[in-house]
Design a protein around this ligand. Structure first.
Ligand SMILES: Nc1ncnc2c1ncn2[C@@H]1O[C@H](COP(=O)(O)OP(=O)(O)O)[C@@H](O)[C@H]1O
Ligand SMILES: [Mg+2]
Length: 230
């Protein structure tokens, strides 16, 4: 990825376990591995993203700077954006002021959704409430619903959920991030799945990265790694 300016990506969703922290950590780690200056801001008091960074430090793996943000989110994002190329915000699963602020300041909002009735319901109600609040402040908000924990083969349920998601104001990702053990292993090691060589999980992550970079109009750097997975 190349860019002249900073970029803020915020991952939101009111339901726990939908994959906010996983996506935030994997994307931040991937861009970090590509040589970008990346900061991961953990807006969740539970500190799951910070656990990811601790795991990386303990294993001696290089990972993006990861900071807990408990106070003024606007100030924190603005300050970090002065220093870093990419600011990735992992939010708590609540429609609270920090989440709305991080969404308002984002160049791109990511809302993960698994193919379940519960995830669909949460996304269409309380998650969209955050997004609508933010839209009230910022009309041109740009977002992507990320299909996470989807299987490669469609099921009746995943097709139903996918069709229902099409009615939302944000587009749905072409990429299906599958539910794969490699993601859990990468989380435990504090690394991006792409650091472990070629795998289905790496292919899924790179597909999402390409989609995000396309939305943001960023020319991807064709690294040997990216070419290998293409
Ligand atoms: N695509 C996936 N494949 C495998 N495990 C996943 C995937 N997405 C999420 N998980 C796991 O599910 C759990 C909850 O995900 P997490 O990112 O912490 O959700 P949230 O931050 O939305 O509460 C974590 O253990 C995470 O590693
Ligand atoms: Mg989380």
């Amino acid at each position: 990825m190349t860019r002249l300016d900073f970029m803020v990506i915020t991952v939101v969703g009111t339901k726990g376990g939908v994959g906010k922290t996983l996506l935030a950590c994997q994307l931040a780690s991937y861009w970090h591995s590509q040589g970008l200056r990346v900061v991961l801001l953990d807006l969740d008091p539970q500190g799951t993203a910070r656990r990811f960074a601790n795991a990386a430090n303990q294993a001696g793996n290089s990972c993006p700077t990861t900071l807990g943000v408990g106070g003024d989110v606007r100030k924190a994002i603005r300050e970090q954006a002065e220093v870093y190329d990419v600011v990735v915000c992992d939010t708590q699963g609540r429609a609270n002021a920090p989440a709305v602020t991080a969404v308002v300041l984002a160049d791109l909002v990511l809302a993960p959704c698994a193919p379940t009735v519960e995830d669909l319901d949460a996304l269409q109600t309380s998650t969209m409430e955050i997004i609508e609040q933010a839209r009230g402040i910022r009309e041109d908000l740009c977002g992507l619903i990320v299909r996470n924990q989807w299987s490669a083969q469609d099921t009746n349920m995943s097709t139903t959920v996918y069709q229902a998601l099409q009615t939302e104001k944000f587009p749905v990702s072409r990429t299906k991030i599958r539910r794969l053990v490699a993601f859990n292993e990468a989380v435990s090691a504090g690394v991006a799945v792409t650091s472990k060589g070629r795998s289905g999980a790496a292919a899924d992550l790179l597909s999402l990265v390409a989609e995000i970079e396309g939305i943001l109009g960023i020319q991807p750097v064709q690294t040997p790694e990216a070419v290998a997975y293409a």
